[in-house]
Design a protein around this ligand. Structure first.
Ligand SMILES: Cc1cc2nc3c(=O)[nH]c(=O)nc-3n(C[C@H](O)[C@H](O)[C@H](O)COP(=O)(O)O)c2cc1C
Length: 374
């Protein structure tokens, strides 16, 4: 066992990972257009970060209907699968492990992104407050989405299943269901966005029903040992809220345990969210108690706070977002106590290499190709 808890290897379902410094999913809007295809630039970015114990890919669209941001990659065309192969090969060549975060944005979209200019879909016809960034760079208020009919849901489950199969064909090591941050799955879970009166709304059991149908499809494709889920119980991003999150997530965590999936990632505060820290601790503890798979926590961790969380047994791994974005060699820096680069929000969602593959390693130059701090 390593003296530094960040560097204890870990078994995550069927995966063996070399450390507990994981890379959080980070949308970077740099796929090739018009096909929304991952390419060599993306492979270079992920290769630099392959020393993460586990890389959670940027959110990846399961279908055009699931798109709500410019320049983000998909996993539903042959070209996209071939593009992702370049990424997964680069990560594997450098000894890393990468799972694909599967994404349908639900109401966080606009007709401009949808096939034939249709309305975005959601559990209920409730628009998110705020603006959507359109493909031409302008902004518009989020439109009122169309509430999905119950008999449409199996079709969306099938789309997730196909995307999971595509992720396998693309060489990923597993999948993470994006059930956080106000996108489709999260919109079903939390009653700020779900006012349905059928078997997919109301009680916590009902609101978990569709998310679990999707999760079961992913398990059918990958096996439980290569499937994880990301939730953000208290996050307000994309105008989200729930009237009573603790029982909702306690129920969900029990269902995850019943399925025996590989990992659960709980997101705390993102983008400066002001959240109820006591309630977050209770939800994290409920996850720990109910779920015996790998628990990863996210939100604002930098190093010593991550070590404390691991030492206290609050979780098994930490996912680092902005810190990994700006520090391609983050595990090595944490191991050696080096200073960290600051991330530059101006280039988070821009195009091209600037602010993407030009963050220096701790030695000042590019990250060496097979840098293994484990
Ligand atoms: C540029 C950027 C892109 C993000 N993209 C995603 C994403 O694709 N999927 C996701 O679940 N969360 C996404 N997030 C949220 C991060 O994964 C993470 O939860 C957040 O940054 C808080 O962690 P941190 O404090 O370590 O940065 C994004 C955050 C940032 C800053």
């Amino acid at each position: 066992m390593a003296a530094d808890p960040l560097f204890n290897p870990l078994t995550v379902g069927d995966l063996q990972v070399r450390n507990r410094v994981w890379m959080a999913p980070l949308t970077r809007c740099r796929s090739l257009l018009p096909g929304h295809v991952p390419w060599e630039l993306n492979a270079a970015y992920y290769r630099e970060r392959a020393t993460a114990g586990l890389i959670l890919s940027e959110a990846t669209e399961i279908a055009q209907e699931g798109r709500g941001y410019p320049g983000v990659p998909g996993i539903f065309t042959a070209e996209q699968i071939a593009g992702w192969k370049k990424v997964t090969s680069a990560v594997h060549e450098s000894g890393g492990t990468i799972v694909c975060q599967l994404w349908h944005v639900g109401r966080a979209s606009h007709q401009a992104f949808q096939p034939d200019g249709k309305d975005p879909v959601a559990p209920s016809a409730i628009a998110a407050a705020g603006d959507v960034h359109l493909p031409d760079g302008s902004k518009a208020p989020y439109p009122v989405p169309r509430a999905l009919e119950a008999d449409e849901l199996p079709g969306i489950v099938a789309t997730y299943r196909t995307a999971a199969e595509n992720a396998k064909a693309a060489g990923f090591d597993g999948v993470e269901l994006h059930a956080a941050n106000g996108y489709l799955i999260d919109e079903f879970l939390r009653n700020g966005a779900n006012e349905r009166t059928d078997e997919y709304g109301g009680s916590v059991e009902n609101r978990c029903r569709f998310p679990l149908m999707v999760l079961d499809a992913l398990i059918e494709v990958w096996g439980k040992g290569r499937v994880g889920i990301r939730v953000s119980p208290l996050g307000s991003f994309n105008d989200m809220a729930d009237s009573n999150p603790l029982p909702l997530y306690t129920h969900l965590f029990g269902e995850l345990q019943a399925r025996g999936i590989a990992f659960l990632e709980i997101v705390g505060a993102i983008h400066g969210d002001d959240i109820d820290d006591d309630l977050l601790q209770k939800i994290n503890a409920a996850g720990r108690e109910a779920f015996s798979g790998t628990l990863a926590l996210n939100g604002g961790y930098e190093g010593d706070d991550a070590r404390t969380a691991l030492r206290e047994g609050q979780c098994d791994a930490i996912t680092f977002g902005t810190t990994f974005l700006a520090n391609p060699d983050l595990p090595k820096r944490l191991k050696e106590g080096a200073d960290l680069n600051e991330s530059n929000p101006a280039t988070w969602y821009s195009r091209g290499p600037e602010g993407y593959v030009d963050y220096p390693s701790m030695d000042g130059g590019p990250v060496p190709r097979s840098d293994d701090p484990s």
